[in-house]
Design a protein. Structure first.
Lengths: 422, 163
C-alpha cells in the first residue's frame, strides 16, 4: 500500500533524515495540512515596519492564504488585522498601500480603526440598545512579534516565545541592519511579484541550495568580466559554509570566505569606498572605523528565516504560497536607512537579477517549474537530500556543511517535519 | 518654449512595426542597433514612476541591456529554454505634438505581446512610450523605451525575453 493513500498523512514517515516523499511537493491534502500546521500554527513573517512609517499608513499583506493589513495606528503602534469585515466578510481594504484614518467597508459602511476596533455601525438602532461594538472588531492574529522592523505574527497563541522562535535568525537580521548607518532598513522600493508555478517548498529549498549556481546560472557566469560577477561552488568558495541554524532557519555563510582576503565589498560587484564615499563616511561616523571595516568585509546575510522570509544578501524575498503547485516570490531590493549612494547602486544592480525578468532568479524559477513538471512522474517515489551528510560538522551547536551540501535544506525539512507531525 | 515634433504618425508606426518584427524574430543585435548609445530600456513594476527609487522588472542602460542579450545568446539562459515565441500587436500610435525637455520625440502606442512557451500562452498588455531622436542623416534612433504593463502590480510569470 502506498504511503500516501492513507487519509491521514504520516509526516514523520514522509520526511526522513536524507530523503523526502515526492507527494510533499504536489499533494493538495499536504498543502491544506501545511496551512493548518505551519502557516496558521507557527510564527510567520508578515511585513516590515518601514512599509508603514507614519501613523495612519497601511499595506496589504498575506498570511498564508489570508488577506491581512499591516497598519500603523494613530498611537504609532504597528498592527496586523485580517482584511474581512465582521459583518458579511467583505474586504475592508482594497488598495495595496496608503494612508487612512479608518477602514470603511464599502458594502454596508461598517467602520474600523487602524487597530481593527469597530468604530461605527450605520443605522445602529436596529442592533438594539447596545450594538456590542467591542465584539465586532476585525480579527487579529493571536500574537505579534517584532525585531528591528521585521514584523511576524502567529494565528495560534500556543507557540514558542517570539525571540525563542527567531533564535539564531536574529543574528542574520542584525548582520543585515547593522550595514545601515542608522541601524535600520527602509523597504520602500516597491515589490516585484514573481509568479512561480511550483510548490512553495521547491522554491524555498532553492534559496539555500549552494549546489545549483554553476549549472543554473551558467549563462551569468559567462558574463564574468563584464559588470556582472557571479560564482559559487565548493572550489571557489572553499571556506564558505552552509548551516543549520535551528528552528528551520538556515543560511549560506559567506563570511569565512570573505575574511580570508579581508577585502571589503566582495558581496557587491563594483562596490568600493571610492564609489560609495557618503555611505562609508556615515557608517564610520556611526560605528567607528574598525567595525565599519568588519561590516564591509562580512556583507549582508544569505539566510532563510523559516518559513517565509529570505534575507537574500542584497534583496529580501517573501514566500507567498498560492496552491499545491504555485507560489509567488515577493522581492524588493534592500534599502538601508542613511545610505543613499549604496541604495541607488543596489537598486540599479539588484533589479537586474531579481523578479520575473531577473538575470538570476528567472532561471531559478525555470528550474522550480521544471521540477514541478517532473514530479508528475510517479517514480522514483523518494527524493534524495543526502549531499554532504558524510562530512557535516557541528561547531558551537550549529551544523555546518560545504557550499554544495544539503545541510541547510535538511534544516528546513527537519523543522517542517516537527510542525507537520505534531 | 517647446518645439513641434514634425514626425508623421505613419513613419513612427512603420518604425515601431519594424522594431517589433526584430523582437519577434529574436534578432536582438539588430534591435539593439536601433538604440542610441546613451539609450535606456525600462519596464516598470508595482506602478512605479521613478526608476531611481522604485524597483523595476527591467531598467537598464544599453550597456547592461547588451549583457542581458549576451546572456540570452549563451544558450544557457534556462528561462528561455525553450525559447518564447512572441507576437507583438501595436496599435493607437500617437506622435505627441511637442518635443520633450530633451528635444526627443515621444511616441505613444498601445502594446500587446502574446507569448507561447513550454505549453503556456501568456498575454503582456500595456502601452509603450518611445522617446526617439531624429539623427542628422534623418534616421530614427530610440533614446528611451518604456513599456508599462497594465498588470505590473500583480504576480507575473517569468519574462526572460524582451518586450
Amino acid at each position: 500500500m502506498s504511503i500516501t493513500s492513507d487519509s491521514m498523512h504520516r509526516y514523520e514517515e514522509l520526511v526522513q533524515p536524507e530523503r523526502i516523499h515526492a507527494s510533499l511537493h504536489s499533494d493538495p491534502q499536504v498543502f491544506r495540512d501545511e496551512l493548518e500546521r505551519i502557516w496558521y500554527r507557527s510564527w510567520v513573517y508578515i511585513g516590515h515596519e518601514s512599509e508603514v512609517p507614519n501613523p495612519g499608513d497601511y499595506a496589504r499583506k498575506k498570511f498564508g492564504l489570508q488577506p491581512v493589513i499591516l497598519t500603523r495606528g494613530t498611537d504609532g503602534e504597528v498592527h496586523v488585522i485580517l482584511n474581512k469585515c465582521t459583518h458579511v466578510a467583505n474586504l475592508v481594504c482594497h488598495e495595496e498601500r496608503g494612508h487612512t484614518k479608518a477602514f470603511r467597508c464599502p458594502y454596508h459602511g461598517w467602520t474600523f480603526g487602524l487597530d481593527g476596533t469597530c468604530l461605527s455601525l450605520p443605522f445602529r438602532k436596529a442592533y438594539g440598545d447596545d450594538p456590542r461594538k467591542e465584539e465586532r472588531g476585525l480579527a487579529k492574529p493571536a500574537l505579534i512579534g517584532r525585531y528591528r522592523g521585521f514584523v511576524f505574527a502567529s494565528m495560534s497563541a500556543d507557540v514558542p516565545d517570539f525571540m525563542e522562535y527567531l533564535g539564531r535568525g536574529k543574528d542574520a537580521i542584525d548582520q543585515l541592519c547593522d550595514l545601515s548607518p542608522a541601524g535600520e532598513l527602509e523597504l520602500n522600493a516597491g515589490w516585484l511579484r514573481h509568479l512561480t508555478r511550483a510548490n512553495w517548498k521547491i522554491g524555498t529549498e532553492g534559496l539555500v541550495d549552494g549546489y545549483h549556481p554553476g549549472f543554473v546560472h551558467r549563462s551569468m557566469l559567462s558574463l564574468v568580466g563584464t559588470e556582472y560577477n557571479f560564482d559559487a561552488s565548493d572550489t571557489t568558495y572553499e571556506e564558505a559554509r552552509v548551516r543549520d541554524l535551528g528552528n528551520g532557519h538556515c543560511d549560506l555563510d559567506f563570511r569565512p570566505q570573505y575574511r580570508t582576503t579581508d577585502e571589503e565589498f566582495q558581496w557587491m560587484t563594483g562596490g568600493s569606498r571610492q564609489k560609495l564615499p557618503g555611505y562609508v563616511a556615515k557608517l564610520e561616523q556611526a560605528v567607528g572605523a574598525e567595525r565599519t571595516h568588519q561590516l564591509l568585509v562580512d556583507g549582508p546575510p544569505h539566510t532563510l528565516i523559516f518559513p517565509n522570509l529570505f534575507l537574500g544578501e542584497l534583496f529580501i524575498m517573501v514566500i507567498d504560497p498560492l496552491s499545491p503547485t504555485a507560489h509567488v516570490q515577493m522581492e524588493t531590493p534592500v534599502q538601508w536607512k542613511g545610505a543613499d549612494d549604496l541604495n541607488l547602486r543596489n537598486m540599479h544592480q539588484t533589479h537586474a537579477s531579481i523578479g520575473p525578468a531577473g538575470m538570476i532568479l528567472a532561471d531559478d524559477s525555470a528550474m522550480f517549474e521544471r521540477n514541478q513538471q517532473g514530479l508528475k512522474a510517479l517514480e522514483p517515489e523518494w527524493l534524495v537530500r543526502d549531499r554532504g551528510g558524510c562530512r557535516a560538522e557541528v561547531v558551537d551547536g550549529v551544523k555546518h556543511g560545504l557550499m554544495t551540501d544539503d545541510t541547510a535544506i535538511l534544516a528546513f525539512w527537519s523543522r517542517y517535519r516537527q510542525l507537520m507531525a505534531s | 518654449m517647446t518645439a513641434a515634433t514634425h514626425l508623421s504618425t505613419e513613419r513612427a508606426a512603420e518604425f515601431l512595426y519594424a522594431e517589433a518584427r526584430l523582437l519577434d524574430s529574436h534578432d536582438y543585435d539588430a534591435w539593439l542597433a536601433l538604440f542610441d548609445e546613451d539609450g535606456h530600456y525600462w519596464v516598470p513594476a508595482d506602478g512605479a514612476i521613478d526608476p531611481d527609487r522604485q524597483v523595476a522588472i527591467i531598467s537598464e542602460p544599453i550597456k547592461r541591456l547588451r549583457s542581458r542579450i549576451v546572456q540570452l545568446q549563451t544558450g544557457y539562459r534556462h528561462s528561455q529554454l525553450p525559447q518564447s515565441n512572441t507576437q507583438h500587436y501595436i496599435t493607437n500610435v500617437h506622435v505627441e505634438d511637442e518635443l520633450d525637455e530633451n528635444g526627443l520625440i515621444p511616441v505613444y502606442s498601445s502594446y500587446l505581446v502574446i507569448e507561447a512557451r513550454f505549453g503556456d500562452v501568456q498575454h503582456w498588455p500595456g502601452h509603450a512610450v518611445h522617446h526617439l531622436r531624429l539623427t542628422a542623416d534623418d534616421e530614427l534612433r530610440i533614446v528611451r523605451k518604456t513599456v508599462v504593463l497594465i498588470n505590473n502590480d500583480i504576480p507575473l510569470p517569468s519574462m526572460a525575453f524582451l518586450l
